[in-house]
Structures are given as structure tokens and as C-alpha cells.
Write a protein that binds this ligand. Structure first.
Ligand code: UD2
Ligand code: MN
Length: 615
């Protein structure tokens, strides 16, 4: 106790001492530039600052003026200091921003970085360079509707077991998933995190995770491993059967949960144990790890039995309160949901005859609705998920497990409607989908509605292949709200000239040809050289196609509006690098000559990667 007090006093003493020094430095620096200090802190840990929960917009919109509004404007508008301070306190100009970006996350500094990045894409299908550099505890923008902040939840919510199964997940990404849960879940609501290693074969991955958990005393996290590779469906079952919590929460192994994510889920289950609830799945860009808000969309499917996102039926979001209320959804995406543990068991858990990946999400969705439960989206609960462009693993026997699993869904749950699926999949004829008798038995015991009931009552908007035009018209038009405005906002227009030359970037073919490369041409004011910058940092040639980073060279491609390889940062004016964060490299050229092809280069060669933006 005494020694504790003493060190406490030393602590205060030390703190005061550093405080005095800071004051001294403050006065010294005022003579020059008092906020330089501030800026330095920002640039050393840039993500710390711009991913801060309260300032979500600072990172991705270089035109954002919110920087000015945050506390500094009054100070700026008064006193003689203003002239001296402004350049530093002003909203980050393109210059500051680019320098920040260049120094951080995505940048490929050398061939070692390039190798890590390339290997990472092969094994994980996302940018591990960025993910590693983000660390384990970044904050994410609070993407909830403002009204969510006023909602209060009852005391005594049930506790949850969070079940995360993984196969060959990238360790820092998995650890960030775990830390986000530990950091943003009230302790008393988190019974445990069950990590199910589905026989990953990355050398030492299991041991390294185990070590990390032990070294950091993370006793709430239990690392388990089934004896064989089970696939995500049976791996989740393996976890669920060992869970101690009252509610099971399933998550993928590359997610980050948002502020107050679990309370609204648990609260809804506490109200009614037969509701299965899902957070809104926000988007973590696989190339940049940018965290962005998802619009409110619900789950549907098509007759190939593929899950799809779709707009909410008209009228779902009429009033303000509708943005915090549960929203019914015909299906779930599969990865992220919470369910009462007893209800999960009574309802027949998962179909353990399903392998590796696919189909289980529609199976559990149909089952919940048809057998008396309901499936809801909870708008105040948000969890970001890394959406990859491809799945980086297959099944051990090379079989199409999605087809195998979908056949089980069709034969157990879809009655005569399964024919629509089978008509689409002629390759399904001779596939052995295993024994489904116990699942048919379950359907009988639970006295479930038939599939016709489901379509009429839960998903009347789904078009049937037999619908005539009139039916289709009734189902489709005006039923859905547009949630994605396609209007493009141009903020600047310029030619891109290689610094100290009279050569400008132009399309190698005409401006309409998708996939064409870029070359240098003698600067001339024609549309093949006219670039339009959008508010999403896209560079659109002649207002038609977007500049897109490739592995070794950029191309012109249809604008996809997802950032990443079509998002370019520069400091404006003259002598600027043009940086693509997804690629981690800069726009460059192999030589200073007419017809030289544009390439993606490390950003450290000003001769061949500095540009003037000529208005
Ligand atoms: C979506 C779901 C996913 C699952 C899948 C259909 C979301 C966000 N994700 O695909 O949860 O429902 O649709 O089956 O809704 N894994 C294993 N063992 C395996 C294969 C995968 O443990 O053999 C793990 C994997 O590491 C990951 C999870 O299962 O944590 C889901 O796999 P995914 O991320 O490849 O699936 P995703 O998001 O494409
Ligand atoms: Mn996933």
C-alpha cells in the first residue's frame, strides 16, 4: 500500500514535471508555430486520428471541411496568431492528406512489402499490408442513425457466447476482430468468445494465437479445434454445443463490431426468444480496410439459391422511428446473427450434413420463418465485415459444396418450388446430396408451414419464373426504394502532365474502350487527356471511364464507385504524386517519352511519378 502511494506520488511529480516542460515548449513554440506539435502527432499515428469514432468523415473525403468546424475555428478567427497558424490548422490540404496517406497504411515501400502484399492477396484475398498496419484496436466510425444514441436498454440482458470459426484467417485481422468484441461489449454481457480453428494449415497459426491469448491474459477467449476440417457449418455447431451463454452470437473471423452493437440484439431476443436478429453489415473494403456505412437493405434470394441484398419494400422507412425499429428480412446473409441458445437447439441447430461453405444461410432462414420464428435486421446494431472479391479457399475434395448444400435446402424445404432451382441447375442431376431424412423428420416435428406459405407471407416480392408480365409489374415496380444514388459529382477538371515535361496522360485507345491502357502524349486540350475528379476521388476520363490501378499498370475501367483501386490521392497543383491506396503504389511512367505506357510504381521516384495537374 505504502509503495503504491509512493509510486502514485512519483507519478504525479513526474506528470507535473512533464507538464512544466510542455508549457515551456509551448511558449517556445508559439514563437514559431505552436501547432506543429499537434500535426506531428497526427502524422505519426494517422489512423488513430482519422478513424476516431467521432470524426468518421475525415479520412476518405479530402474535400471535407469538418476539420474546420471541430473546435478550432474560433481560435483561428481571432488574434494575430492567425496568419502563422492557419497553414497548419487549416483543414488538411491535399498535400497534408497525401503525405499522411503516403506514409501510412497501404504504401508499398520496398520489394519486401510488395511480397507480403502479393502473398496476402493469394492466401486471404485482401490487403494484409494495410490490415497489419492498422493494429488490433482501431476505432471505427459510428455509423448508427443518430436516433440510436437515445435508445436505452433494460438491465439484466442475457449474456452471450460469441462464436467465431475460422479457416486460415490472417492473424492480425482475426485479433482485431477479437479485440473489437472485447473493447465494445459490456463485460457482463459477454460470457465468452469461442474461437473455433477449423483445422487451419498455415504453419504455427494455432500456436501463435494460443500464445497471444495466454500472454495477454485473455481468459474469456477460448481457442478450440475440432479433430478434422469441418467447414463453417459444423465448426459453428462444434462451438454452439460448447457455449455457456444464454444467447449465441455468430461472427465471421474478419469483422469489427461497432459501438453498442450487442445491446440492441440481446434486447430484442430478451423480448421474444423466437426472433433471430442480425446487425446491419457495414462494409470494410478488402483493398483499403476503409470502414463505411451500409445502407439499410434486407436479404433475399434468387432461384439459383444465391443470397442477394435488396431494397426495403416501400413504406418500411416512412417515419423517423422506423430507422431504429427491427426490420423483417426474408433471409440472412449468414455470417452475423444472434439467436437464443435454447431456441437454436429446439429448432434443429444447423443441418450438419452441409459441408464447408454455402447454403446454410438460406436453410436457417427458411426454417426460422416456416417453423414459427422470425428474422429481423436491427438497424442500431452495426458490424463491419471484410467483403472479399473471391473466396481464397476451396473444399478439401474440390467439390462444389454450395451446390451440394443448396440441394439439401431445396429437397428439405422447398416442396414443388425446388423445380425452379433444378431447372436452373442442370448440373445438379447426378449429385449425391446425402441423407436428408432427419431434416425432413425435423420439419414434421416442428409442424412447419410449407414453402408456398413462406413465399406468400414472408417474401411476396419474389418474382416466380412463371409470373406473367402483370404479376411481375405488381411485384417489382415501386416496391423497392432506391438506396444508391448514381449521380457523379465532379469537383475538378485537369490534364495530368508529367512534371518538367510537356507530356500528358491520355488513353491509348479512344475514351470509350474499357480495359485500355494509358500512355503519354504531347499535351493538347482534347478529351483523351481531360480528367474529371469526383468527390469520391475517382479520376474519370472524359466523364466516361475511371482510372483503375492494376498490379503493374493502370487501365481505364467502368466506374464501380467502391473506392479502392479507383480511389486516387494527390496534393493538387504541381509536382504531386498520384497515389492509389489499394495498390499502395503511385501513378508512374517507365520513361519520359511519347507513347510510354503508364505503370504503377513505388512512390519514391519523383522523376517518373510526379505530376502537374494543369487546369
Ligand atoms: C457469407 C457469410 C458466411 C457464410 C457464407 C455462406 C457473411 C458476412 N458471411 O460468406 O458467414 O454464411 O456466406 O456459407 O454473411 N470458415 C471455416 N471453415 C471453412 C470455411 C470457412 O471456419 O471451411 C470460416 C471463415 O474463416 C469465416 C467464416 O467461416 O470466418 C465464413 O466464411 P467466409 O468469410 O469465406 O464467407 P463469406 O463472408 O464469403
Ligand atoms: Mn466473411
Amino acid at each position: 500500500m505504502v509503495s503504491l502511494n509512493r509510486s502514485f506520488l512519483y507519478g504525479i511529480g513526474f506528470a507535473s514535471f512533464t507538464w512544466i516542460i510542455s508549457l515551456y515548449l509551448y511558449f517556445q513554440l508559439t514563437k514559431n508555430d505552436i501547432v506543429a506539435n499537434d500535426t506531428r502527432v497526427q502524422t505519426e499515428q494517422p489512423w488513430h486520428k482519422y478513424n476516431s469514432i467521432n470524426e468518421p468523415s475525415q479520412k476518405y473525403s479530402s474535400k471535407d471541411k469538418s476539420y474546420l468546424k471541430k473546435g478550432s475555428s474560433n481560435f483561428l478567427n481571432s488574434g494575430k496568431l492567425i496568419k502563422k497558424l492557419q497553414p497548419v490548422l487549416a483543414p488538411p490540404s491535399h498535400k497534408d492528406k497525401v503525405e499522411e496517406e503516403l506514409m501510412n497504411l497501404g504504401i508499398v515501400r520496398n520489394s519486401k512489402d510488395q511480397e507480403i502484399r502479393d502473398e496476402g492477396y493469394k492466401t486471404h484475398a485482401y490487403n494484409v499490408l494495410v490490415s497489419t498496419r492498422l493494429g488490433y484496436n482501431r476505432s471505427v466510425p459510428d455509423t448508427r442513425n443518430k436516433l440510436c444514441k437515445d435508445v436505452t436498454y433494460a438491465k439484466g440482458l442475457p449474456s452471450a457466447s460469441v462464436i467465431i470459426c475460422f479457416y486460415n484467417e490472417h492473424m492480425p485481422t482475426l485479433l482485431r476482430t477479437i479485440h473489437s468484441v472485447l473493447d465494445r461489449t459490456p463485460k457482463h454481457l459477454l460470457e465468452e468468445i469461442l474461437l473455433i480453428d477449423d483445422q487451419s494449415d498455415i504453419p504455427n497459426l494455432h500456436e501463435d494465437i494460443d500464445d497471444y491469448l495466454k500472454k495477454n491474459n485473455m481468459s474469456k477467449v477460448k481457442l478450440l479445434k475440432p479433430e478434422t476440417r469441418e467447414g463453417l457449418i459444423r465448426a459453428r455447431l462444434f462451438g454452439a454445443r460448447r457455449a455457456q451463454g444464454k444467447v449465441l452470437v455468430f461472427l465471421d473471423s474478419h469483422v469489427e463490431v461497432n459501438v453498442a452493437w450487442i445491446e440492441p440484439l440481446l434486447s430484442r431476443i430478451a423480448e421474444k426468444s423466437s426472433t433471430v436478429v442480425m446487425p446491419i453489415i457495414d462494409i470494410i473494403n478488402a483493398d483499403t480496410f476503409a470502414y463505411t456505412s451500409s445502407p439499410l437493405v434486407r436479404g433475399g434470394f434468387n432461384w439459383g439459391l444465391h443470397f442477394k441484398w435488396e431494397n426495403l419494400p416501400k413504406g418500411t422507412l416512412d417515419k423517423n422511428e422506423d430507422f431504429v425499429k427491427p426490420i423483417k428480412s426474408p433471409t440472412m446473409a449468414g455470417g452475423l446473427f444472434a439467436i437464443d441458445k435454447k431456441y437454436f437447439i429446439d429448432m434443429g441447430e444447423y443441418d450438419a450434413g452441409m459441408n464447408i461453405w454455402g447454403g446454410e444461410n438460406l436453410e436457417i432462414s427458411f426454417r426460422i420463418w416456416m417453423c414459427g420464428g422470425s428474422l429481423e435486421l436491427i438497424p442500431c446494431s452495426r458490424v463491419g465485415h471484410v467483403f472479399r472479391h473471391r473466396r481464397p479457399y476451396g473444399s478439401p475434395d474440390g467439390k462444389d459444396t454450395m451446390l451440394h448444400n443448396s440441394l439439401r435446402v431445396a429437397y428439405v424445404w422447398m416442396d414443388d418450388y425446388k423445380q425452379y432451382f433444378l431447372n436452373q441447375r442442370s448440373d445438379a442431376k447426378n449429385i449425391d446430396y446425402g441423407d436428408i431424412s432427419s431434416r425432413l423428420q425435423l420439419r414434421k416435428e416442428l409442424k412447419c408451414h410449407d414453402f408456398d406459405w413462406y413465399l406468400k407471407n414472408v417474401y411476396p416480392e419474389l418474382a416466380l419464373p412463371t409470373d406473367d408480365e402483370e404479376h411481375l409489374k405488381k411485384k417489382m415496380p415501386d416496391k423497392f426504394q432506391p438506396w444508391h444514388s448514381r449521380k457523379r459529382n465532379y469537383v475538378a477538371q485537369y490534364q495530368i502532365r508529367l512534371a518538367n515535361t510537356s507530356l500528358c496522360v491520355q488513353s491509348s485507345k479512344d475514351t470509350k474502350t474499357k480495359g485500355s491502357s494509358l500512355i503519354l502524349g504531347v499535351c493538347a486540350k482534347n478529351k483523351r487527356q481531360m480528367w474529371y475528379e469526383t468527390d469520391k476521388n475517382e479520376l474519370v476520363l472524359a466523364q466516361l471511364l475511371c482510372l483503375q490501378a492494376g498490379k503493374s499498370s493502370p487501365i481505364l475501367y467502368k466506374c464501380h464507385e467502391m473506392g479502392g483501386n479507383q480511389e486516387w490521392k494527390h496534393k493538387g497543383g504541381k509536382q504531386t504524386p498520384i497515389y492509389n491506396m489499394a495498390a499502395g503504389t503511385c501513378l508512374g511512367v517507365s520513361k519520359k517519352a511519347v507513347n510510354a505506357t503508364l505503370t504503377m510504381k513505388l512512390c519514391n521516384d519523383p522523376e517518373l511519378s510526379n505530376w502537374d495537374l494543369v487546369v
